[in-house]
Design a protein around this ligand. Structure first.
Ligand code: FNR
Length: 388
C-alpha cells in the first residue's frame, strides 16, 4: 500500500492520490498489466538497475534540456504517449493533458480510443498534436480518420503494432470490466465503486460526459459507454495486419510516421524499411505479452540495428527525469510516458500534470548536471553503467 501524501512530489505520490480518488476498476485499468505483470515490473526495475555515473567539476551552470525532433521543438525529450479512456480519469481528461503538454512545450499523443475526439482536442490545442492509430478492419474508417486527423492539423501519426490480439489483464477481469464477467461483478466494479468515490463521481461520472470513444462515435453510433465500444473494438482491430499494410498507410499519410510497439532488432529493421520516421521501443507498458523483455533491456539492440536510419524512442517504466536521462544515454532520441501522466490527471487534473512535468524536467536537469552533461546531445552511453 503506497503512502498517501497530500503534497505530491514524485510520480509515485500521484499514483497514490489517483488510487484514492478513482473508482477501483478505473485505477486498476490504468495501473495494471497483463497476466502476472512480470513485464510491467521489469520495465520499472530494469531502469532502476541502471546506474548513472557521477561526474564533477565540469561547469554545468547552463543546462539545456531541449531537443528538436519531427520538425518540433521539445522543452525536454519526453512526450505524453497514447492512453485509451484518459477522459474517464478526469473531466475531459485529454483536453487537460494536451493543455499541460503545450504549457510545458512537449508533444501530446491522442489515442484512437480516447474519450475526447481529435476535433474536441483540436478545439483547445494551439499547436499540432499527435494521433495514435490502431488498424481497423474497415480501411474506409481508417482512411477517414486519417483525413480527419489531417484536417485538424495532426502532423505525426503513431501506428501501434503490438495489439494484434489483446493480452488479458486479470485486474480487469476481477473488477468486472473485462468481457465475460458476471452482472454482479460489473455492479461491484461500477456502481458501488462510484458511490465510494464521490469526488470522481461528481467531476467525471456526472459532469464529464459523454463517456464515449470520441474518435469512433461515428462508426459505432449506438454506443454510449466505453464498455459498448469494447466488443466492437475487439472485432474491428485487425489481427491480419503485416508490414505490407504500412505501405498503404504511407501512401495516404504524408506526415511523420512512428511505429510503436517494436521490441526486437529484426522488427525494428522491418519498420525502418517501411519508410517510417521512427520506431518506439515498447511492450505496451507490460499490458500485452507478459514475460517479454523490458524495453530498456532491448533499447540498445534496437538502436544498434536502426539508430542510424530512424529515430528510436522508448516507453515503459519511465517514472522520473532521472529515468529519462538513462533512456537517452541508452540511445533513444526521446522517451514517452504512459501511466505517469494518467496518474497525475487522475489525481490532480491539469495542474497536477503540469507540476509533474516540471518535476520531470527538474530531475532531468539534476541528472545532467551531476553526470557532467549540458545538452541532450552530450548524454551518451558513457553516463550509465549497466548492471543487468
Ligand atoms: C496504454 N497504452 C496504449 N498504447 C496505444 O498505443 N494506444 C492506446 O490506446 C493505449 N492505451 C493505454 C491505456 C493505458 C491505461 C495504459 C497504461 C497504456 C500504452 C502506452 O502508450 C505506453 O506504451 C505505456 O503506457 C508505457 O508504459 P508506462 O509509461 O505506462 O510504464
Amino acid at each position: 500500500m503506497p503512502t498517501l501524501r497530500l503534497v505530491p512530489a514524485s510520480t509515485s505520490d500521484y499514483r497514490a492520490l489517483a488510487e484514492k480518488r478513482l473508482p477501483r476498476n478505473l485505477f486498476d485499468y490504468i495501473d495494471g498489466g497483463s497476466y502476472d505483470e512480470v513485464t510491467l515490473r521489469a520495465n520499472v526495475e530494469d531502469l532502476r538497475a541502471l546506474s548513472l555515473k557521477q561526474r564533477v567539476m565540469r561547469d554545468v551552470s547552463n543546462i539545456d534540456t531541449g531537443i528538436e525532433l519531427f520538425g518540433q521543438k521539445w522543452a525536454m525529450p519526453v512526450g505524453l504517449g497514447p492512453v485509451g479512456s484518459g477522459g474517464m480519469m478526469a473531466r475531459r481528461g485529454e483536453l487537460q493533458a494536451v493543455r499541460a503538454a503545450e504549457a510545458m512545450g512537449i508533444p501530446f499523443c491522442l489515442s484512437t480510443v480516447a474519450i475526447c475526439s481529435m476535433e474536441e482536442v483540436a478545439s483547445v490545442a494551439t499547436r499540432p498534436f499527435w494521433f495514435q492509430l490502431y488498424m481497423l478492419r474497415d480501411r474506409g474508417h481508417v482512411a477517414e480518420m486519417l483525413d480527419r486527423a489531417k484536417a485538424v492539423g495532426v502532423n505525426t501519426l503513431v501506428f501501434t503494432v503490438d495489439l494484434a490480439v489483446t493480452g488479458e489483464r486479470y485486474r480487469d477481469v476481477r473488477n468486472g470490466v473485462a468481457g465475460g464477467t458476471s452482472r454482479l461483478g460489473r455492479l461491484r466494479g461500477g456502481l458501488v465503486e462510484y458511490m465510494l468515490h464521490p469526488a470522481w463521481a461528481y467531476d467525471v461520472g456526472l459532469n464529464g460526459k459523454p463517456h464515449t470513444f470520441g474518435n469512433l462515435v461515428k462508426y459505432v453510433p449506438k454506443a454510449t459507454s466505453p464498455n459498448d465500444f469494447r466488443g466492437w473494438a475487439s472485432r474491428q482491430i485487425d489481427s491480419s495486419v503485416t508490414w505490407k499494410d504500412i505501405e498503404w498507410l504511407r501512401s495516404i499519410w504524408p506526415g511523420n510516421l512512428l511505429i510503436k510497439g517494436v521490441l526486437s532488432p529484426e522488427d525494428a529493421i522491418a519498420a525502418a524499411d517501411t519508410g517510417a520516421n521512427a520506431v518506439v521501443v515498447s511492450n505496451h507498458g507490460g499490458r500485452q505479452l507478459d514475460g517479454v523483455s523490458s524495453t530498456i533491456a532491448m533499447l540498445p539492440r534496437v538502436v544498434d540495428a536502426v539508430g542510424a536510419r530512424v529515430a528510436v524512442l522508448m516507453d515503459g517504466g519511465i517514472r522520473s527525469g532521472l529515468d529519462v536521462a538513462k533512456v537517452i544515454a541508452s540511445g533513444a532520441k526521446a522517451a514517452l510516458m504512459g501511466r505517469p501522466w494518467i496518474w497525475a490527471i487522475g489525481a490532480r487534473g491539469e495542474a497536477g500534470l503540469s507540476k509533474l512535468l516540471q518535476t520531470f524536467r527538474g530531475e532531468l536537469r539534476v541528472a545532467m548536471a551531476l553526470t557532467g552533461t549540458r545538452s541532450i546531445a552530450e548524454i551518451t552511453p558513457e553516463i550509465v553503467e549497466r548492471r543487468m
